[in-house]
Write a protein that binds this ligand. Structure first.
Ligand SMILES: O=P(O)(O)OC[C@H]1O[C@H](OP(=O)(O)OP(=O)(O)O)[C@H](O)[C@@H]1O
Ligand code: HPA
Ligand SMILES: [Mg+2]
Length: 184
C-alpha cells in the first residue's frame, strides 16, 4: 500500500493519485473548452465529491463559482437505499445558470437521477454531470453523463472522498476494501 498505511483494510489500489490527477487535468481542459465565455456554476455533492471538486476546480483555467449540496442515500452500508435526503440545499438560485454537477461516483445512479430531476425543475440554462467514477454494471437507471473519469468494475471502492461507514475518505487514491472489513 502506498502513501498512507491503512493496514490490512485495503485489498488493492485501483486508481492511483497520479492517474486521478492526469484524468482531472483532461476533464478540466474539456470543461474549459465547452464552457468558454460562460459563467459556469459547479455543484459538488457532499460529502463524497469534496476531493474531486477541490482538485477539478484548481485544474480549471476558467473562473467558475462553486456551490454544494448534501444528499445522502447510503447510510452506513454498502448498498444504496434509493431514498435520497437533502441534508443541505444550494445557496445559489440556479434559474438561467449553466450548472455542472460534480460527483465522486455513479453506482446505481439513483442519487444522481433524483438530483437531476430536482435541479432541472429549478430552470437552469443547462445542466450536465461530471463524475470521477462510474460502475456501468451497477446501473439501475440510465443517466446521461458528459464528463467521466473512469469506468470501474462493480466492487465497493473507497478513498479520494469515498467512504465506508465514514472512513477512508482521506486516502489520496481509490482502492478496494478487503471483504473482511465489511463482513464479506
Ligand atoms: O449511484 P448511487 O448508487 O446513488 O451512488 C452514488 C452516491 O452515493 C455516494 O454518496 P452517499 O449517499 O453515500 O453520501 P456521501 O457522498 O456523503 O458519502 C456517492 O458519493 C454518490 O453521491
Ligand atoms: O463503491 C462505493 N464506495 C463508497 N461509496 C459509494 N457510494 C456508492 N458506491 C460507492
Ligand atoms: Mg455522495
Amino acid at each position: 500500500m502506498n502513501e498512507k498505511d491503512m493496514g490490512t483494510d485495503l485489498e488493492k489500489v485501483l486508481i492511483s493519485k497520479e492517474e486521478i490527477d492526469l484524468k482531472l487535468a483532461e476533464l478540466a481542459a474539456e470543461i474549459d473548452r465547452d464552457y468558454a465565455g460562460k459563467d459556469l456554476l459547479i455543484v459538488g455533492v457532499l460529502k463524497g465529491a469534496v476531493m474531486v471538486m477541490a482538485d477539478l476546480a484548481r485544474a480549471l483555467s476558467s473562473d467558475v463559482t462553486m456551490d454544494w449540496m448534501a444528499v445522502s442515500s447510503y447510510g452506513a452500508g454498502t448498498k444504496s437505499s434509493g431514498v435520497v435526503r437533502i441534508l443541505k440545499d444550494l445557496d445559489t438560485d440556479i434559474a438561467g445558470r449553466d450548472v455542472l454537477i460534480v460527483e465522486d461516483i455513479i453506482d446505481s445512479g439513483l442519487t444522481l437521477s433524483w438530483l437531476l430531476s430536482n435541479l432541472s425543475s429549478r430552470g437552469p440554462a443547462s445542466l450536465r454531470v461530471c463524475t470521477l467514477l462510474r460502475k456501468p454494471e451497477a446501473a439501475k437507471v440510465d443517466i446521461d453523463v458528459t464528463y467521466i473519469g473512469f469506468d470501474i468494475p462493480n466492487e465497493f471502492v473507497v478513498g479520494y472522498g469515498l467512504d465506508y461507514a465514514e472512513k477512508y475518505r482521506n486516502l489520496p487514491f481509490v482502492g478496494t476494501l478487503a471483504p473482511h472489513v465489511y463482513g464479506g
